[in-house]
Write a protein that binds this ligand. Sequence first.
Ligand code: F3S
Length: 413
Amino acid sequence: MRLTCSEKDLLSGKEGPVKALAMSHLVKLGEAFDAEEMVDITYAHMSSGSALRSGEIDYLSGLSDQGARVKVPTSSEVIAVDLRDPAAIGAPPSLVKDYRRLLAVHTRMGIAATYTCVPFTQGYVPPKGACIASMESAAIIYFNAVLGARTNRCGFFVLFAALTGKYPKIGYLLDKNRLGTHLVSVQTNLLNVTDYGALGYHVGRLVGGGVPVFQGLERPRQEELIMLGAGLATSGTVAMYHIPGITPEAPTTAAALGGEAPGERISVNTGDIQAVYQHLCTASHNTVDFIYLGCPQYTLEQIRTAADLLTGKRVHPDTTLWIGTNRMAFAMARRMGYHEIIKKAGGKLVCDTCPVDSFLRLDALKKRGIQQPAVQTMLTDSAKQAHYARTTLGCNTLVDTVHACIQTAVRGK
Ligand code: F3S
């Protein structure tokens, strides 16, 4: 791989041992994938480092002790507790203490403590063509497909990219890998945002790591695109899709396919969407003890809808309702009175975390010697959340619209 003089300087340690270490990992990654060169990245979205995995916070802390600071604007992924009000959701104090330590480490390193899976709703909007480094599959696919920025599913390498401002030119940073591989004809009406998640989940299973080009989607809203991408990236490893006339790299179907015939044609009908719901609905009884809305984290508009539905209502005493969002949407929700409505109804507007990455995970509780909470059945409006909840929380799942979720929260069934 060709390295510029400044990249060679980074590698040789002229800018310190941390950057040299980071650069050496990036060079190895580039060599493994036959990269010809590095690119400059302009933004990074990284794993926060989890107290649920041994050593991660210590590792970051060690780097910060050596003076490590990120070189590009860097946001951070969800953590396992809500640091704003951890007691409200019953987060174990020992875990909260770990994350307060992590917050100090992030602050020292210049990493924004966004603790979100939708950083593009918090002002991180890299323009078309910008090379970035991101983890979190739901964010990656939005950056690539909806914004036209360029990122791989970078995992732990995001940290090294953030520290150096570099990333090897591989994968979705290359034009050829961004072209459509499958032509997907949607022949059913999608009635709500949950249906978009189900569509993504269905197509992701069929295309695996491909790049679907959708036909038949009429002007989707931002929340619908977020949910579509989350579904695609959950059942498959999809990191890019096109909707001709809507997403920035697909003015036409022909452009999305690079002038070639699609590798495969897929037709989606109402039965396919229903089959996703059947697959994700595993509960055999009608009592629901946990309802989660906000996967990916809710936008202000989605919080408003939930608050409207909860106005004058009361969540059933045997049911817990979490509505997940990020700090910026939370601040606006508080300003607009939505938080007060949700709180008054007995629901919880939760920041920083999400159930499947939280202290509710079975492995997290076991590690801490804490008794398993009794989440028996989770109802959610997100295919992605249901997919992961069954294994990480060990519960049954149900998927339905936000309207049905709120109605169920009130009835408990
Ligand atoms: Fe976000 Fe958790 Fe869903 S991190 S995308 S709310 S699984």
